[in-house]
Ligand binder design. Structure first.
Ligand code: ZN
Length: 449
């Protein structure tokens, strides 16, 4: 198979055309464009609009994606994931977070994670995301050199963050070396690829000391890279921080000067209004992770309040061990419905708001809104086509309603990232899924034994 990094020729004015479907651009206030045509040169959109206004360029070698009877939209942004945890899908279900994490996941990670297993787990998570319409992921984990190799190979856009925690962790048996490992990671990958942003991932305010949080934040500032963290995921965690510091978690982080536009906080289940105001005022991002919060019985985040305050809000799946899939279409459906049931208001969070979270909202929370998240001239060509020729998507009164409440990842037909077609007519262009699943199968056999 050809490699992902073989770039298109310099001579053509247009390299790829996507045409025929209804474009849901996610540009605020813009109505869907029926029978749209999008012209792509190298990695960027050079023209987008109705086919009647944009002629098809001449050239026999032109690559064309036929989107007739489909919806053309920005690729989805999975703003919180631990991709390689695809290895632990279904390994430990139906447990509370603390038992699940400390008795099952941490020991299994200690025994089985290595650069090799993280590479294959991340590669499988990535192809699951690509084949279900995700074109950008924010990942936080360990052995992240391996995740960068996987992300580079498969072609997805990514923020790949090195884990920082004050316990012995995979690849960092001595926690005293966690900051040095993080610095080495940023130093090594900071200029590697425009498509891949290295970052840091402090596990949580409970599992990282004040000193570790401060040193991580300094590194994130020195290298101008994002800092991810789990924030207010459980009530026990909030109680522990209040007991230890006298402050709620967000105010504790703010006192340490961690709350700024580089902070990407996942979960936020127990944020009160003063914390949401603080996150908004300082420009931090919040990532809503409803299915993981439901599965671990952690609680329900106050999504309607967060959105009403105008916080940069994205949507994430979390790792496969607490979801148990990486399909953001399912996550959108859950997010919208959970908000309704938790507030008792069917209009609490609309389909449009949730679709924004999964596209431009997530991009903004990751600091990538100038590059991805909408279909606009000048932006990176991160685009998917959803095939709507299926009974569960018919009739089509409103494309946004279909995408949020009826579609699933398997309806995605074509995926383009950075101007490169990664999946066409549901076939991956660069990777053999059978080989990847076979390697993950071998690893899972060892974990099972
Ligand atoms: Zn997480």
């Amino acid at each position: 198979m050809k490699s992902i990094n073989s770039k298109p020729s310099e001579t053509k004015n247009v390299d790829l055309v996507i045409q025929g479907g209804t474009a849901v651009t996610m540009v605020p206030g813009q109505a869907p464009v029926p029978n749209a045509r999008i012209l792509i040169k190298k990695d960027r959109i050079v023209q987008i609009g109705p086919s009647t206004e944009i002629p098809l360029p001449h050239g026999s070698a032109l690559d064309i994606i036929d989107a007739q009877n489909g919806i053309i939209m920005p690729g989805l942004v999975n703003a919180h994931a631990h991709t390689a945890m695809a290895l632990f899908r279904g390994f430990a279900d139906d447990l509370p977070l603390r038992t699940w994490l400390f008795d099952k996941i941490f020991p299994a990670e200690a025994d089985f994670l290595s650069p090799e297993t993280v590479y294959w787990g991340a590669l499988m998570g990535c192809i699951e995301m690509i084949t279900s319409g995700t074109t950008c992921v924010a990942d936080g984990y360990f052995f992240q050199d391996a995740t960068i190799r996987a992300v580079d190979k498969c072609g997805i856009r990514a923020v790949v963050a090195q884990g920082v925690i004050d316990f012995p962790a995979p690849g960092i048996p001595d926690p005293k070396k966690n900051i040095r490992t993080a610095r080495d990671f940023l130093e090594k990958w900071q200029h590697f690829s425009e498509r891949i942003t290295p970052g840091l991932f402090c596990h949580s305010p409970v599992t990282c000391s004040e000193k570790t949080l401060l040193r991580s934040q300094q590194l994130s500032k020195d290298y101008d890279k994002p800092l991810q963290i789990h924030l207010s995921e459980t009530s026990a965690e909030v109680a522990e921080i209040i007991k230890r510091t006298g402050k709620r978690p967000t105010h504790y982080l703010d006192q340490l000067d961690l709350v700024d536009n580089q902070l990407i906080a996942a979960h936020g289940v127990y944020l009160d209004k003063s914390e949401i105001r603080c996150l908004h005022k300082k420009g931090a991002g919040i990532i809503h992770v409803p299915e993981s919060n439901m599965k671990l019985s952690s609680g329900i985040a106050p999504l309607a309040d967060i959105l009403a305050m105008g916080v940069r809000t994205g949507l994430g799946t979390d790792g496969c061990a607490s979801n148990n899939n990486l399909d953001l279409f399912g996550e959108m459906d859950t997010a919208a419905k959970l908000s309704k049931v938790s507030t008792g208001r069917p209009d609490a969070t609309s389909a449009t708001q949730v679709l924004e979270m999964a596209t431009i909202g997530g991009a903004a929370a990751l600091g990538l809104e100038k590059e991805t998240g909408t279909l606009e001239k000048g932006k990176k060509a991160d685009i998917i086509v959803v095939d709507t020729r299926a009974p569960h998507l018919c009739p089509l009164y409103n494309p946004v309603s279909v995408l949020v409440y009826a579609a699933c990842g398997a309806d995605v037909k074509d995926v383009v990232v950075d101007g490169t077609t990664l999946m066409k007519e549901r076939k991956l262009c660069f990777l053999d899924p059978n080989e990847i699943m076979a390697r993950v199968g071998e690893i899972s056999e060892k974990i099972r034994r």
